[in-house]
Design a protein around this ligand. Structure first.
Ligand SMILES: [Zn+2]
Length: 301
């Protein structure tokens, strides 16, 4: 067994990514499958299959980043906005199956940990991360420690009585309802027909299509409203935007987001607020899951 080699598993709303992660954040031999849409058994079977294909005598621990709220007292993953699975003991199951230390963290928290240690937040003490993917995940590092609460930053209200949120969330006008990849796909379909998606919207905007640019400008402005409001609570040194949709759209979202955030943020954040793209890109969740595995490993030594 090598104490510098773990398996990270990043469970997203659309895909599950697993790979061997080193302490420096490098990833080897990653494997990917579409996230099963059935219940808990189907999801767990897919995860077991991925990990079975990676685990060997050199792997020292396993870490899961999951889009669930987690009960810190029991370690049970309670529910996910965009998956039908619920009430899963990821840690207990994997410990019994692989006889290795196992870590578990919310996927947004794991991505925040990765960007803080190895990415765009290196050297800061307070970081806020928003991952724009199928949903909107969030994570916080406060006073140089990962905040282990729910940090469901995607479910703050940005439009009072606005559009219904996604999946299992019954709220309205949440950031996730207006700024996720799923929300962008709905906008794309209104503009370009049923076959369109967020990817096409971003592609058209990069190509200069005014309707696509305007749509992303509107999404970015709402993202900025949320960032400005959250900055007034947490005073982050840096705000990192990641996730598949966030990474693809880049400045098309970040420029209008920064203008809106500075308008809402109180002094001195109105001038100093720093919003950047995730340095680890779409891999932040996988690297973060690996770091969570190292924490589980180091905690046992
Ligand atoms: Zn919501």
């Amino acid at each position: 067994m090598q104490p510098d080699r773990v398996i990270g598993v990043d469970v997203g709303g659309t895909k599950v990514l697993a790979g061997i992660v080193s302490r420096d954040g490098s990833v080897h031999g990653s494997r990917e499958v579409e996230t099963p849409v059935g219940g808990s058994d189907e999801l767990l079977a897919a995860l077991d299959d991925l990990v079975d294909g990676l685990v060997d005598d050199h792997v020292a621990a396993i870490g899961y980043g999951v889009p669930f709220t987690i009960d810190r007292a029991t370690g049970i993953a309670l529910r996910a906005t965009n998956l039908s699975a619920s009430d899963i003991d990821f840690v207990g199951r994997a410990q019994a199956r692989y006889e290795l230390p196992v870590g578990l963290e919310n996927d947004g928290n794991a991505a925040a940990l990765a960007e803080w240690r190895l990415g765009a937040g290196r050297g800061t003490s307070d970081l806020m991360m928003l991952t724009l993917g199928t949903g909107v995940g969030g994570g916080l590092v406060l006073e140089s420690r990962l905040y282990r609460g729910w940090a469901e930053l995607g479910h703050v209200v940005v439009v009072a009585d606005g559009p219904l949120c996604q999946g299992n969330c019954h709220g309205r006008g949440h950031l996730e309802a207006v700024a996720s990849g799923h929300a962008a796909t709905e906008v794309a379909r209104r503009l370009y027909g049923d076959g369109a998606d967020a990817h096409l919207l971003v592609e058209r905007a990069h190509g200069g299509d005014p309707a696509a640019v305007e749509a992303l400008d509107g999404i970015g402005a709402l993202l900025g409203v949320a960032i400005g409001s959250l900055a007034n609570v947490f005073a982050p040194d840096v705000v990192v935007i990641g996730g598949g949709f966030g990474a693809a759209a880049g400045d098309l979202l970040l420029v209008p987001a920064e203008a809106a955030a500075r308008r809402e943020a109180i002094r001195p954040a109105d001038e100093s607020l720093c919003i950047v793209s995730a340095e680890l890109g779409d891999a932040a969740g996988l690297v973060g899951a690996g770091l969570v595995a190292f924490e589980a490993l180091d905690g046992e030594r």
